[in-house]
Write a protein that binds this ligand. Structure first.
Ligand SMILES: Nc1ncnc2c1ncn2[C@@H]1O[C@H](COP(=O)(O)OP(=O)(O)OP(=O)(O)O)[C@@H](O)[C@H]1O
Ligand SMILES: [Mg+2]
Length: 340
């Protein structure tokens, strides 16, 4: 990596990818020490300690089965903090579980955030990190972290393009000489894919299915060996009788259903390509687009982008973890990133 760009002033101890879908924590010298769904379950709309029922993995087990007065929420939405207090409680719980407070008295935290967020939304990210009792907080833009995380030398003058497609937000960024040249964002990702599937079964099969069931279908669609001609069974509740029931469908049917959210993502990518200075376009054709984020795992999504943009696309290794891995690699390079 370019030493000038990645000059070390001092070190961060911890990198956090605070995602709409999952939160991941990386500790310098150790790697990823925690990765759990960004979820919290609490009672009576109250976030005091004795009303918190579950967080992360435990909240996911409860989600959709809650008794009255108990709710499970995703405290982030569209890539940003929506419910500040719930996010703070959730992150504090994760920090404790990951042993951060035992390892470091006051950890220096590098936290990733989308490029396209307002100052208020950025302030909320800092407020969340400050709950851990951090000494200093640095912010790193997610496409930069994703690029570092998939092994790109971001200091090079040859441009690269990262498309980070997560749960709540997709960002398509062109990076050159260690910075973002142009970035387009759209608050669309896995969440819209899941809600489109739920809507499809309601409309065409009179079947109400839950988020977990729809997610298990997208897992099948993400399997490299996925055979679209396969017939599958799905369980849910009949809209009319409200009784549990089972329906058969072909995976093939869902291709058109998920096409609409995927098209929104592709429009975002095209806008970035259209706004890339011509000097850098040649690099993009040569280097191709690198796809990161959990939504990159959808089978044939890379080919669809290639067809619609004419630019080669490669799915990063372990795309789901590129941002936190990149934050981890960047831990030693504080000077490169803004101190909050
Ligand atoms: N192994 C997997 N196979 C298929 N999809 C997966 C896999 N792991 C995660 N996903 C999907 O990835 C999506 C979440 O992506 P990701 O973790 O990148 O989001 P996030 O970073 O939390 O959200 P955002 O960046 O939008 O705030 C979900 O739709 C989830 O279903
Ligand atoms: Mg993300």
């Amino acid at each position: 990596m370019n030493n000038q760009i990645l000059k070390t002033f001092s070190s961060f101890d911890v990198a956090i990818d605070l995602g709409t879908y999952k939160t991941a924590i990386y500790v310098r010298g150790e790697g990823i020490v925690l990765e759990e769904p960004s979820l919290i379950t609490y009672r009576n709309g109250n976030l005091s300690p004795h009303d918190i029922i579950a967080v992360g993995d435990e909240a996911q087990k409860i989600q959709g089965k809650e008794p009255m007065f108990v709710t499970t929420v995703k405290p982030l939405h569209g890539g940003v903090v929506e419910h500040l207090e719930a996010t703070q409680v959730m992150v504090k719980h994760f920090a404790k579980k990951a042993g951060l407070l035992k390892r470091f008295r006051k950890p220096n935290i590098l936290i990733s955030n989308p490029v396209a967020i307002s100052n208020i939304e950025r302030r909320a990210v800092r407020d969340v990190a400050s709950m851990i009792g951090s000494k200093s907080i640095g912010l790193i833009e997610e496409p930069i972290a994703a690029a570092i995380g998939c092994g790109i030398d971001i200091g090079e003058s040859r441009a690269c393009m990262i498309v980070d497609a997560g749960w709540g937000i997709t960002e398509a960024a062109v990076i050159s000489l260690g910075g973002i040249v142009h970035c387009e964002s759209e608050r669309v990702g896995g969440e819209l894919i899941i809600s489109s599937i739920i809507e499809y079964f309601k409309k065409h099969y009179s079947l109400v299915i839950g988020e977990k069931t729809a997610a298990s279908i997208t897992d099948v669609l993400s399997d490299a060996d996925c055979k679209f001609e396969l017939e599958m069974c799905v369980r849910g509740m009949d809209v009319g009788s409200r009784l549990p029931c089972l329906r058969k469908f072909k995976l093939e049917e869902l291709k058109a259903v998920i096409l609409s959210p995927l098209t929104s993502i592709i429009r975002t990518i095209r806008r970035t390509l259209e706004n890339t200075p011509p000097m850098l376009s040649a690099d993009l054709i040569e280097n191709g687009i690198i796809l990161t984020g959990g939504t990159a795992l959808l089978k044939n999504f890379d080919k669809l982008i290639e067809d619609q943009t004419g630019v080669p696309v490669r799915v990063a290794d372990d795309p789901y973890r590129c941002v936190v891995r990149g934050g981890g690699i960047a831990l030693d390079y504080l000077g490169r990133f803004k101190s909050a």
